[in-house]
Design a protein around this ligand. Structure first.
Ligand SMILES: [Zn+2]
Length: 194
């Protein structure tokens, strides 16, 4: 059963890679690392959904477990780290060539509580500062419910910006998710491709 599930996932991943390549024209297909190291993550294509407090949703929400690690999707430089009323604790990373990634609603609670008193210490990876060079897969922060996610469940609001415009990250995230699950399955010896 595990083999069939993983194999199906691999085929789906390859199909997504193929479709994102063809959809991206001559540009790089952007092989992202999945930004949330949480196998319980749930996400749908919520790009463009109307929201009461914004015109449309410019990203994808990755529902997850509080304090799960949030990682950089590509190599880059930390561009901003801060706290906003709606975004809560957030990080943006500049990946060069006009591409950046945004991570919002990072944790603001003391671990194990919902007290909103965690501070930056439990939002961002220890020692991380604006200007730091980060590698794809490096932990930058932790899943939370800060900002306007406070009553909606812990999640990372993820955005991908290319040449100054937010683009729908869903195909890239779905591709990254399938590849990550396959990596995990291989690491656990759950695959048998003979
Ligand atoms: Zn969102």
């Amino acid at each position: 059963m595990a083999f069939r599930r993983v194999f199906t996932g691999m085929i789906a991943a390859l199909a997504i890679v193929a479709s994102s390549v063809s959809g991206a024209g001559a540009a790089d297909p952007l092989y992202l690392r999945f930004p949330q190291l949480d196998e319980q993550t749930e996400f749908v294509d919520s790009w463009g959904v109307a929201r009461p407090d914004e015109r449309t949703h410019r990203g994808v929400d990755l529902m997850g477990s509080k304090m799960a690690p949030v990682v950089a999707v590509l190599d880059g430089v930390i561009e901003t780290m801060g706290e906003g009323d709606r975004s809560g604790y957030h990080i943006t990373i500049d990946h060069g060539e006009g591409t950046s990634s945004w991570y919002m609603h990072l944790n603001n609670d003391t671990p194990g509580t919902d007290d909103r008193r965690g501070g930056a210490e439990y939002a961002f990876a220890e020692g991380l500062e604006v200007g730091d060079i980060v590698e794809a897969g490096q932990v930058i922060g932790f899943v939370g419910d800060s900002g306007n996610a406070e009553w909606g469940g812990a999640h990372t609001h993820f955005e991908l910006h290319i040449n100054g415009r937010a683009v729908n990250p869903y195909p890239y995230l779905r591709d990254a998710w399938e590849r990550w699950l396959l990596e995990l399955a291989i690491a656990r010896g759950e695959t048998d491709f003979k």
